[in-house]
Each structure stands twice: as C-alpha cells, then as structure tokens.
Design a protein around this ligand. Structure first.
Ligand code: ZN
Ligand code: ZN
Length: 397
C-alpha cells in the first residue's frame, strides 16, 4: 500500500559548530542535516553538517545492499553545512548514487561543489581523497529562482541574506510543502520580501533562529543570522502552518532554546524547536511531530500516584491525579562507610518509605563517579550514576 506521506527527520540542528556540552544534549549538538523521504520514496538530504554521519549509520542499519539514490541539497559552503561529508559512509560505497545541488560560488567558480569536496578531502586535512568516494555522483549548479522536479517533488531555490551567499530550498511534495530557510539575516527589504513569497502557504517553515531578537538588533548584527521573532513574523505573514526554529546557537543551552520556543509560541502557537531525532510526518491531515526517545537513563517499573499539572494542547491549564508507571533515574549521592573504587559497579536498592510490598523496592545498577571521605573518616560521600541492567526489558517512550 502506498501512502501519500512525506517524512522529514532532523539529524543535526545546531548552528556554526557542533556542541558537546551537557546542557545542549536535549536539542542536540550536531550541525545541520535533514532527511526528507517524499511520498514516492525519493530521498532528499538537506545540508551535510555533522548530523550526516548519524544518517549514514541509520541507513546502514535499515537498508539492504541494493544501493540508495539520494538528492543532496546544499545551502552553502560554511563548515557547519559540509563537515559531515567525510564521515558519511554511503558516499564511499559504489552501489550508491547521489545527485548534488548547490550554487556556483564567486570565490571558486565553475564546479564549485566538486572543488569543495576535493579540498575538504585533501592532504593533510583528511587521510583519503575523493578517489575513494566510490559512489556515483553528479552535480547540478542551481541559483536563486530556479525550479526543478524530482520524481513528483517540485523544488525551488531562493537566495537568502548571508555572507558568501546561501540558498533556501522549498520542496513541494504531494503530501505537503517544506521550506528550508536557514542562515539568513533579516533587514534587507528585497530579501525579506522574497522570503515571504517563497514561504507562502508552506506546511512547514524551518527557519534560522540562532540569536535572540536583542542580539540581532545589537551585537550580532551582520553575522548572517536571525531570531524566533523574525520567524514568527514570516510564519504569520506567509500563512505558514508550522514554524520550526533551527540552527541553534552553539552557546545556547537547552534552557535558552526553551525560552525562545515559549516566547515564539505566545505569538505563533504552531512553533517547534528543532531537536535531533525529531521527525515531522506530512499527510492530508496536516503535520504530526514526534521526538526521539530521550529517556535513555535506566528505568524501573513501579506504580504510585502523583498530582500532575500543566498546559494542554489547546492552551488550557490543568491539574489531575495520575499514576506513575515507571521512573528513569540518572543517579544518586550516597553516604557509605565503605570506599568503593571509582568506576566500579554498585547495586543500589532503594526502599520506598511506608511500603511493604516488593514492588516498592527500586533495584538499580550503578557506577561510581565520585568518592570523598567526609570529616569523620568512617563516612564517604559517594556519587553514582545508574546504568542499564544487562536485560533491559523496560517499555520505551
Ligand atoms: Zn550555518
Ligand atoms: Zn553560514
């Protein structure tokens, strides 16, 4: 059965440079890379940031050996949009076929993208060169205003306002339309107007929201980026259905991105903040958003009551009694008479107070990450993080 469905997956959402800081893990630290599977099954890759490596690994897990064909749309040649290329194994496998689309840079002239590949995979920057790229590759140089079609998906390119140039891409599939407009600075009337026309009526607008509106107006003016506020304005004026804030600043923690998202939602409720592993499914009913499973810490099944309050999809506040069915835990701090060795394994069994039944015991496997003797020699402060049991039979999100 063929369904009229398009699926977009975010493999990298971070701007400028990858981040590894823990406070950026929830949204993710890989630089831009998106995968679109169009209704007929055609594959598109939007940008080749470090997220591309994970896409390659995912294909290796899920594909047969028959080879894949994909259309790769590159917005521009800044590092964060190409640095995943050397680590995308499908480029190095002969059964695969890729069609690259990008623009002719005035700095590199004809065959810009080939030159980018050759200089990226050159000595002494990388151990192998492009002769090792065994896949079939063909290259198209496109420019702002150009339109073409791939297996029933109409693609349009538009110039954005960014140092050394950048193209936005619009993909109109039979299941819905996506506009990918990252690395864009507002404020030049001709570009601003053009982008609004380009995004008109799109089901999904993915937009550069790297900085705060205050930074765009002051210290980051001229850096080639935008904010959630500009995204909201475009989404409204162009009657976009969903806005996705993208290209998060490497110096923005998850809390900062949360703040941008909640500010944007006050103005335009159908706003999302791009997160690694997030997927958007477009079909005749609209757009379904799903996040990757992120509760990776060990979890324990149990059952107790809780009172939960929050905000429902229609914006109304609620409070209700709920049942907690499992908990995932990161770790604990313990006071022990013994001094366990760092990076050794412990078993921690937590007794829930006032409960007699066995189900109130939480048994956790843990590894020691900190151990310090207290003022009294008989007491040690021990930090542990919980680690997965050998048999992880827990339900997933
Ligand atoms: Zn960028
Ligand atoms: Zn850029």
């Amino acid at each position: 059965m063929t369904q009229n469905v398009a699926k977009l997956v975010f493999w990298g959402v971070r701007g400028s440079t990858p981040t590894l800081e823990r406070d950026t893990w929830r949204y993710g630290g890989n630089t831009p890379c998106l995968e679109l599977t169009a209704p007929g099954g055609s594959r598109f890759i939007l940008d080749c940031g470090t997220g591309l490596r994970m896409l390659g690994n995912n294909w290796a897990r899920s594909q047969s050996d028959f080879g894949v064909e994909a259309h790769v749309l590159v917005t521009h040649y800044h590092w964060d949009h190409i640095q995943g290329i050397p680590f995308f194994l499908p480029f190095f496998e002969s059964q695969n076929r890729f069609h690259f689309y990008s623009f002719q840079s005035k700095f590199l002239g004809p065959d810009t993208f080939k030159k980018v590949l050759e200089s990226q995979l050159a000595s002494p920057y990388f151990p192998v060169d492009t002769t090792m790229m065994a896949s079939t590759r063909c290259f198209s140089e496109v420019t702002g205003g150009e339109k073409w079609e791939v297996d029933g998906t109409r693609i349009t390119a538009a110039w954005l306002n960014h140092p050394q140039g950048c193209l936005g891409y619009r993909l109109d599939t039979t299941a819905g339309s996506i506009v990918y407009a990252t690395d864009n600075e507002p404020g030049v009337p001709e570009f601003d107007k053009n982008l609004r026309q380009f995004a008109q009526g799109a089901d999904v607008l993915i937009y550069d929201a790297q900085y705060s509106p205050e930074q765009i107006a002051s210290t980051r003016r001229g850096w080639g980026h935008s904010s959630w506020l500009e995204g909201v304005k475009i989404a409204r004026e162009s009657k976009v259905r969903n806005l996705v804030l993208f290209h998060h600043n490497p110096d923005s923690s998850d809390n900062v991105v949360d703040g941008f998202l909640s500010a944007a939602r006050q103005e335009f409720p159908a706003t999302w903040a791009a997160a690694e592993g997030m997927s958007l499914t477009l079909n005749e009913r609209g757009v379904d958003v799903a996040l990757r499973e992120s509760r990776l810490a060990p979890r324990r099944r149990l059952r107790f009551n809780a009172v939960v309050s929050g905000q429902s999809e229609d914006g109304a506040l609620f409070e209700e009694k709920a049942t907690v069915r499992d908990l995932s835990l990161q770790g604990a701090y313990l006071i022990l008479e013994h001094r366990p060795k760092l990076q050794s394994e412990l078993r921690v069994v937590i007794e829930a107070a006032g409960e007699q039944s066995r189900s109130s015991l939480l048994s956790m496997r843990a590894t020691v990450i900190h151990c310090k003797t207290g003022r009294e020699n008989s007491q040690n402060g021990v930090g542990v993080v919980f680690i997965a049991e050998v048999d992880p039979a827990a339900p997933s999100d």
